[in-house]
Write a protein that binds this ligand. Structure first.
Ligand SMILES: C[S@@+](CC[C@H](N)C(=O)[O-])C[C@H]1O[C@@H](n2cnc3c(N)ncnc32)[C@H](O)[C@@H]1O
Length: 318
């Protein structure tokens, strides 16, 4: 029963000095002068675009207390608080003291923001009562992933001999009837599943999740222009000082469905819409990027499809 557990906990607690190496879609759109802003339909930041999208789908007037887990530099919450009058309170929960400090700086102008420095996997579920919307943007891949395990080892009849990680895995696979790969090894986003299960179990009415997906696909008509790989298993992404894993969204969907959530799933391109200009076609068709700006744009367009989101809705708000 050998396996490896990928964890970014120590990195986030003690070693992180910047998010600059992880060009998230949110960070890519943050500077108003970013070249990525020039190719999208509405010249807005990621948070503003997400807000516009949520505003079409959710009863935003009823959303009073928002929880953001793993908010990075805090740009997304700043945009939401700027757009959204009725928010009475926001809570930023992050494992990294360094990034929580950055969030304090970014959100300094807003009253009623609570900061919680904690590992969400250790958060007491009862402390999640009362949130109307929870957001986890581009961070589920940081949560622990079990890699290189033989799927058969999970069906061990000697359960008492299993370690805590294996017990958790068999809990998820059996309880949510998760599809298993045909191969003799498996990578599984155990931490992300635990996080989503915790949010769903507390019946938070609305949950927004986004991350780099291993199941992402490009619409047929764009396949010549946007080339991304689709795998059935979470894939390792090597970053400075730590590794992350892409997300198997179908597993997260199964958990949310079991808790009775209605689900919208799609690529970030659903709400970060862009225009196919001649210039963009040339950039995407070229065998390699002509300069740094073109490279940034190519990566950004690919990311709009590589990253998927789940919007989970449980219509029990008063
Ligand atoms: C890649 S950054 C994403 C930041 C931001 N959401 C964005 O989209 O740009 C990952 C964030 O998740 C946080 N994080 C990672 N593991 C966590 C955990 N177990 N509990 C709470 N926060 C965590 C990190 O400290 C960081 O703020």
């Amino acid at each position: 029963m050998s396996y490896h557990l990928n964890s970014t906990r120590n990195y986030h607690l003690h070693r992180i000095e910047t998010l600059g190496w992880e060009l998230t879609v949110s960070n890519a759109l943050n500077p108003a002068g970013s070249p990525c802003r020039r190719i999208i339909k509405k010249n807005k930041s990621y948070g503003q675009l997400l807000y516009d999208y949520l505003d079409c789908l959710l009863p935003m007037l009823k959303i009073r207390h928002i929880l953001e887990i793993g908010g990075g530099y805090g740009y997304l919450m700043k945009d939401i608080l700027t757009c959204h009058d009725p928010v009475k309170k926001a809570t930023m929960l992050d494992i990294s003291p360094f990034l929580l400090e950055k969030q304090r700086e970014t959100l300094a102008g807003f009253a009623n923001v609570i900061y919680r420095c904690e590992d969400f996997l250790e958060t007491e579920p009862e402390t999640l009562a009362g949130f109307d919307l929870a957001i986890m943007n581009e961070n589920l891949g940081d949560f622990p992933t079990v890699t290189g395990i033989d799927p058969q080892s999970i069906f061990n009849p000697h359960r008492d001999k299993m370690d805590i990680i294996l017990k958790k895995m068999s809990h998820f696979i059996e309880k949510y009837d998760l599809a298993m790969p045909a191969s003799s090894f498996m990578n599984i986003n155990i931490g992300a599943m635990e996080a989503v299960e915790k949010l769903c179990a507390m019946s938070i009415p609305y949950i927004f999740l986004s991350e780099h997906s291993c199941e992402a696909a490009v619409p047929e008509k764009y396949k010549r222009l946007i080339r991304i790989s689709q795998l059935s298993q979470p894939e390792r992404i090597q970053l400075k000082g730590h590794d992350e894993y892409t997300m198997k969204f179908s597993h997260l969907e199964s958990i949310a469905r079991a808790f009775g959530y209605r689900i919208i799933r799609g690529p970030l391109a659903d709400f970060v819409e862009f225009q196919w200009t001649n210039r963009l076609r040339v950039i995407m068709m070229a065998p390699s990027a002509a300069n740094d700006e073109d490279e940034t744009i190519r990566q950004f367009i690919e990311d709009l499809y590589k990253y998927e989101y789940l919007l989970l809705m449980k219509e029990n708000m008063g």
